[in-house]
Write a protein that binds this ligand. Structure first.
Ligand code: AKG
Ligand code: FE2
Length: 266
């Protein structure tokens, strides 16, 4: 078995050397990138050999994954029929994917170990600018989102300020991560531009260049984003690592039911 420290491309990302000047410089670069562009991509973060192991692990669990097929607005909020029918919050996006939850993984799994490796959380914390805690949700804390041919994740904002994902397997084509950085501001939802994007305006849409092994730190609360439909036989696998700024955070029973088909509030 490998140790998480050996999973990382240590030459570029000296996470197990806290206090080093190289690590401080890396944290500063990541924080600036996230502040200025809403995105930070750590290319070749996890070594190829370990990514292959993660693919193998995902292949073993996929038959247990819960399939969800949802139609939602960008905030996943209930339809508000007091709004005009053409209001962007009444536009429905489709999302269909399978999710492998944390409680089905084995603590020996590579992704499980990476998530629970303190140097990773300690590295991410100053980039995000607050103390991090692993999410307490037994299913949502760590998931592998799986998308087969035709499946996609429609335009949306995340509930968390920042989302951390690791691309594990890329499909033959499609399955592209696209975003409109900082479309929304703290006190300004910018419905006019949101409406334009939802109606197909590509002007401000950025497609990120992400390969398996790249870690993405993404400000999904302010940046509208989606994953385009997957094409071809190969499943797209993405690990979603959930860290929160408070301890003991769980998803609601409703959200658990939607994404995992069961409720586990323990
Ligand atoms: O699959 C991805 O790359 C992004 C997933 C995402 O946006 C989410 O889980 O909220
Ligand atoms: Fe998202």
């Amino acid at each position: 078995m490998h140790r998480p420290a050996e999973y990382i491309n240590n030459d570029i990302y000296p996470l197990d050397n806290p206090g080093s000047d190289d690590l401080k410089e890396l944290v500063d670069q990541c924080r600036s990138s996230l502040d200025e562009t809403g995105v930070c991509i750590l290319k070749e973060f996890v070594q190829k050999q370990l990514i292959n192991k993660m693919v193998h692990e995902a292949d073993q669990y996929i038959h247990l994954a819960h399939f969800s097929d949802d139609s939602h607005n960008v905030f996943f909020k209930d339809d508000d029929d007091s709004l005009p029918t053409n209001h962007p919050l009444r536009i429905k996006e489709k999302t269909s994917l399978k999710s492998i939850p944390y409680d089905l993984m084995d603590p020996k799994d590579a992704l499980h170990q990476l998530y629970n490796w303190d140097p990773l959380m300690n590295f991410l914390s100053p980039i995000l600018g607050y103390k991090l805690y692993r999410m307490a949700d037994p299913m949502a804390a760590l998931t592998i989102n799986c998308m087969d041919e035709g499946q996609n994740h429609g335009w949306h904002y995340d509930e968390s300020q920042v989302t951390i994902t690791l691309l594990i397997q890329k499909p033959v084509s499609g399955g592209l991560f696209q975003c409109v950085p900082n479309l929304r501001k703290k006190d300004f939802d910018n419905f006019e531009n949101l409406d334009a994007v939802l109606n197909g305006d590509q002007k401000d849409v950025v497609t990120l260049d992400i390969e398996p092994g790249d870690l993405l730190i993404f400000a999904g609360f302010y940046s509208l984003h989606r994953v385009t439909p997957v094409k071809g036989e190969k499943t797209r696998y993405v690990g979603t690592l959930c860290y929160k700024d408070e301890p003991n955070i769980l998803n609601s029973p409703e959200v658990q039911q939607l994404f995992y088909g069961r409720i586990n509030q323990s």
